[in-house]
Design a protein around this ligand. Structure first.
Ligand SMILES: Nc1nc2c(ncn2[C@@H]2O[C@H](COP(=O)(O)OP(=O)(O)OP(=O)(O)O)[C@@H](O)[C@H]2O)c(=O)[nH]1
Length: 419
């Protein structure tokens, strides 16, 4: 698979406030693009009829999956797949009512696009500002604002235009490169997969058309080679005695067999002998592929090490400046001990200092604070017990992001971007 072909896979997240219609929208995308199984469609039709609806309630589709989730089958983010002849799609779904921020942050480092839903009757809400700010902070390359429930405002062009101009006034202060707007009715299907006949005034494309055609080939860093080793594979059978493979996800650059590489932190050099993807040898690997690599020389490499190119190395430091999104009920204070997770590495760390937090509505800085609470976004200084090999988040979303874990409860309490 070349980078050009990789252009055929789009990862996206959905965000919005409670009841904006996320489940219905995903259901509509799956339904109209015929990506769901016949038996699921039948089940949803039957339960819609039972409830006395004269339409098919598509949120039942994802609600079925929701109840699975509540039984504890999946955690944090659920991934959903669908495909059209043009592209494959992975949706990092955002279950639950209060956890959107968390889910957005968790799925963000590999997301190409975020859909932000706005209820046409309500206009922009605090959640809209928050999610847009997070999308900008997370540098999600593409944002689509879907103004949903247009059927409930008589498909009014004026309502839509007002929401678009309110949003543009806010987003001009943010660092979002590509924002598109689509007026939709997820429930009725207008402008999701099929063009709406109810909004002839709208000249843009449908949501699905946009998802199929948005330019994503340059969304990942294909310049700076970064391969954090997740696992060392050493089969203990006689036949493969000499085989030592390094498995992980390519976080940046393009690796090819024959390339000279350097291993951090040891500094040893070698050459790439082979790269495998799903058990087949490939000629090049790039972000965000998960591969197994072998090297010409037998050197000591373990989980958490990073394979890079000798003349292009990440920063190696113990002091990090981070924009952190706090996700725990218990407030974060200065001098809090945490476990810092970065690529495939974990180490002890301390949040030394909180410099300021950001008011997500006005984007103003609030200084002189002693703690931050759930969903707050703040700039903090962190000291790690061991050196971390990183790039700034601006340069690489994968090697530039961290997760903070509470050492006592093992819960994920924060996610951050290295400045
Ligand atoms: N009229 C109308 N109703 C809609 C539309 N989209 C969603 N709804 C309704 O709005 C309600 C909420 O939709 P959901 O899809 O469950 O919303 P959600 O954002 O997934 O909700 P939570 O995940 O529970 O926060 C449901 O009753 C939907 O039928 C729309 O375009 N028009």
């Amino acid at each position: 698979m070349s980078i050009q072909e990789n252009n055929q896979l789009l990862r996206f997240t959905t965000a919005g406030s409670v009841d904006d219609g996320k489940s219905t929208l995903i259901g509509r995308l799956l339904f109209d693009s015929k990506s769901i199984f016949e038996d699921q469609i039948e089940a949803v039709k039957t339960s819609s009829e039972k409830k006395g609806f004269d339409y098919v309630d598509l949120s039942l589709l994802t609600d079925g999956l929701k109840s699975e989730r509540e039984q504890g089958i999946t955690i944090d983010v659920a991934y959903r797949y669908f495909a059209t002849p043009k592209r494959k799609f992975i949706i990092a779904d955002t279950p639950g009512h209060t956890q959107y921020t968390r889910n957005m942050v968790t799925g963000a480092s590999t997301a190409n696009l975020a859909i932000i839903l706005v209820d046409a009757r309500k206009g922009l809400l605090e959640q809209t500002y928050r999610h847009s700010f997070i999308a900008s902070l997370l540098k999600i390359p593409h944002v689509v604002v879907c103004v949903n429930k247009m059927d409930l405002v008589d498909y009014s062009e004026e309502v839509y235009n007002n929401i678009v101009s309110d949003y543009e006034a806010f987003s001009s202060k943010l660092d979002i490169k590509d924002v598109q707007f689509v007026p939709i009715s997820a429930l009725k299907g207008d402008n999701v997969v099929e063009r709406s006949e109810n909004m002839p005034w709208f000249e843009g494309s449908t949501l699905l058309y946009h998802l199929e055609h948005v330019h994503i080939a340059s969304d990942f860093n294909h310049i700076d080679c970064r391969f954090p080793v997740q696992m060392v594979i050493r089969p203990h059978t006689h036949e493969f005695q000499d085989f030592r493979g390094y498995a992980g996800r390519i976080d940046g650059g393009i690796f090819k067999p024959g390339d000279e590489v350097k291993v951090l932190p040891s500094g040893f050099s070698s050459k790439i002998k082979s790269i495998e993807l799903n058990g087949e040898a490939i000629e090049e690997a790039y972000a965000p592929m998960s591969v197994t690599m072998t090297l010409e020389d037998e050197i000591d490499i373990s989980r958490g090490d990073m394979i890079v190119r000798p003349n292009n190395q990440p920063k190696v430091e113990q002091d990090l400046e981070v924009m952190v999104c706090w996700m725990n009920q218990k407030a974060l204070q200065s001098r809090t001990k945490v476990i810092l997770k970065h690529t495939t590495k974990e180490c002890q760390a301390m949040v030394k200092d909180i410099q300021y937090k950001v008011d997500v509505n006005t984007l103003h800085r609030i200084e002189d604070i002693s703690e931050i609470g759930m969903n707050d976004i703040a700039r903090v200084s962190i000291r790690t017990a061991q050196p971390v090999f990183f790039d700034s988040y601006r340069k690489n979303r994968m090697t530039g992001s961290i997760i903070l874990i509470d050492p006592n409860t093992n819960e994920t309490v924060g996610a951050g971007m290295i400045i």
